[in-house]
Write a protein that binds this ligand. Sequence first.
Ligand code: SF4
Length: 378
Amino acid sequence: MCLAVKTFIAFLNDMRIDKLFVTQDISDRKAAHKLVQAIGIEPELIEDPGFAYQWVRRHADPVITGKKVLLLTENKGSFLKKCPGTSYYTCCGYQILYMASYCSMDCAYCILQVYFHPPLLQLFVNHEAIFSELDKSKGLLDSRRIGTGEFTDSLIWEPFTDLTEQLVNYFADQDRLVLELKTKTTNIRRLKSLTHNRKTIVAWSLNTPEIIRTLEKGTASLEARLKAAWQCQQWGYPLAFHFDPMVIYPGWQQDYKRVIEMLFERLNPENMVWISMGTFRFIPALKSIIQRRFADTTLVYGEFIPGLDGKLRYLRPLREDVYSNMAEWIRQYAPEVALYLCMEDDCIWENSLGFNPASCGGLPAILDQAALEVCNLK
Ligand code: SF4
């Protein structure tokens, strides 16, 4: 292997923790000790997680403060959650594995800035409970697809914990379930030597270099994401890609088209399980946060229309234009790939992709079938 690739796979994003809280109830556990050691700063023991929330809330900008404050605690609730889609739009029926929350990277459009009150990094240490819940639930789940990248980035935690490794090992033995790790990092080093049996999909959110540069602070470059994806392909992992959120700006067509070209110049379409698309949308509460924290961006100043779920979206013809162009470009290279829209209605599906998932058994069934074929499920 050439030196450049070696150096590249050794890279870990610089998640920097300035303040570490540990709840007393887990402070004696081996997993907590290992994490504290890996993080390398003196923890403050607290009885109530609420103390850490208050600590973050007292700062002038809790959104940015929370990106360097980590709470290690126990998840006393359920680890498996249904994706919070709404009935107004076509939802993929994804299962979320809630192992951690928030993110050390800083995307202007990130919903997590308003989703958690206050936002702070939180990692659950009761890993054994994850696996016992998976054991109990796996035969009962509606979906074959489980992902850790909904409330956090799946791979930002790699410098501190081997949880991903444990999950990949667990899913390798599953016949009807796949794990999706979704990321904007290149933290793939630990994936190298795992026996995954193609039951783990490594997925990247992709965007244009312009959007990455201006709106995705602290994330890996497009080139680095594609290089990491190529490396995972070499290690036998199935891949997926998410173009979400796509942003309309002068020159978006040529920029997104170029990203598609780069994607397929480097990667094998037959190894891609799915590609999703979603245009920029936001709940009204996010607008003032983006205006305050990213004063230079024009992101929220376009013409938006409120959807049935209360989120503001680009006007329908604009969204259809983005999706139909993208679909045309993608299908030139990958006519067979499962291409889907995130939270759009039947009419947009028909007008931009030419079909309505309900007529093909529903979106969850289409994606389960894609996993079945590309990941060798039974
Ligand atoms: S990488 Fe994802 S989770 Fe992290 S800040 Fe960006 S959008 Fe949010």
